[in-house]
Design a protein around this ligand. Structure first.
Ligand code: GLO
Ligand code: MG
Length: 347
């Protein structure tokens, strides 16, 4: 029998969010990074994801040597806790410099800032012992299409990626596509776009992707198909599992919360492609519901992992032979019911 995957789990400090939304303030008090690290350990997760300024707060005001010493101190704290750093991502969407975009801004000073900050983020990744740089291209798109030139934007993205690839020969770029929010339309909305643009860079082998379930759903796609597609290229280097109820604002719900069958199919895709065999993690990019009380603050992460593990059992115990017989007989009604009953626990 083929060796079964053992999955490893992670989340980021921002996943212990405080409940603010565009219409109201926080509903839970801010916590320190140490508190978050303790919670991660107590839950038995294996790694943490980082934005550059999660690792080095107020990074823009700091020198290279300050960044080095703060990151080294953080690395020691992580090592002492037995927690790995899964990736680092430049948080390019907060700064006053990137109001009109980062790598694709119309302002050359903003573009320069975005690239320099990304190179510093690569330094942080090296200090923390990861070679994955996640690029969620939050503001690389438009509110109105006439404000930017789409062809030029693709050229600018490739130019920025090339600078990162040239800066460090080991770094790998994992592009996290999302079709909209905060922008009306993003330039790299799907995994197909991310992997196509990878081919235009100076080193396509080091440009891959990260799939977030909710982002695929927002693009009207099935996250399981996105997983199969990326893994056909061996380019799925990280994963943000969560859920999303239809085409509306980004919800970051617990994994499986709205679309259990879609989640089950993501497990099947991960299993058939042996996701994790090169050390990749399962990350939950989920947020607590706004009304969540402080004492239930970690539940969305614990629950996402519980659902993942239950669905893993379901994926492994699915009667593939019977399913294949139904496929051969083109009896999709029976196949459909078989899946539902399997998920409901009738067999
Ligand atoms: C937002 C994204 C965001 C990124 C994170 C890592 O929609 O999913 O949470 O994953 O900032 O770059
Ligand atoms: Mg994400």
């Amino acid at each position: 029998m083929a060796k079964q995957n053992r999955y490893r789990f992670c989340f980021g400090p921002w996943n212990l969010s405080e409940g603010q939304d565009p219409y109201g303030p926080t509903t839970r008090p801010a916590q320190t990074f140490d508190w978050k690290l303790d919670q991660l350990k107590a839950l038995g997760f294996d790694a943490m994801m980082f934005h550059d300024d999660d690792a080095v707060p107020d990074i823009d005001g700091k020198s290279d040597s300050q960044i080095r010493s703060e990151t080294r101190a953080l690395k020691k704290r992580l090592d002492d806790s037995g927690v790995a750093a899964e990736m680092v991502a430049p948080r390019l969407w907060f700064s006053p410099m990137t109001i009109d975009g980062a790598y694709t801004s119309n302002d050359p000073k903003a573009r320069k800032y975005a690239i320099e900050r990304s190179l510093r983020t690569i330094d942080i990744a090296n200090y923390l012992g990861t070679n994955i740089l996640v690029l969620w291209l939050a503001r690389e798109g438009t509110y109105l299409r006439e404000s930017k030139n789409g062809r030029r934007s693709i050229d600018l993205l490739v130019e920025a990626f090339d600078k990162m690839l040239a800066y460090d020969k080991r770094i790998r770029l994992a592009i996290e596509p999302k079709p909209n929010e905060p922008m009306d339309h993003a330039y790299l909305p799907t995994i197909g776009h991310a992997l196509a643009v990878a081919q235009l860079t100076r080193d396509p082998k080091r440009v891959g992707c990260l799939i977030e379930s909710a982002h695929a759903i927002l693009a009207g796609l099935d996250p399981a198909d996105e997983i199969d597609f990326a893994m056909a290229f061996n380019k799925l280097w990280s994963l943000h599992l969560n859920d999303q109820n239809g085409l509306k604002f980004d919800q970051d719900k617990p994994f499986g919360s709205s679309n259990l069958r879609v989640a089950f199919n993501q497990l099947r895709a991960l299993e058939r492609n042996s996701y994790g065999k090169n050390g990749e993690y399962i990350c939950f990019d989920v947020h607590p519901f706004r009304p969540t009380k402080v004492e239930h603050w970690m539940a969305h992460l614990d629950n996402s992992r519980r659902t993942f593990l239950r669905l893993l059992e379901k994926a492994r115990s699915f009667d593939e032979k019977r399913a294949q017989q139904l496929v051969a007989d083109r009896n999709y009604a029976a196949l459909d019911q078989m899946v539902l009953e399997h998920l409901m626990g009738r067999d």
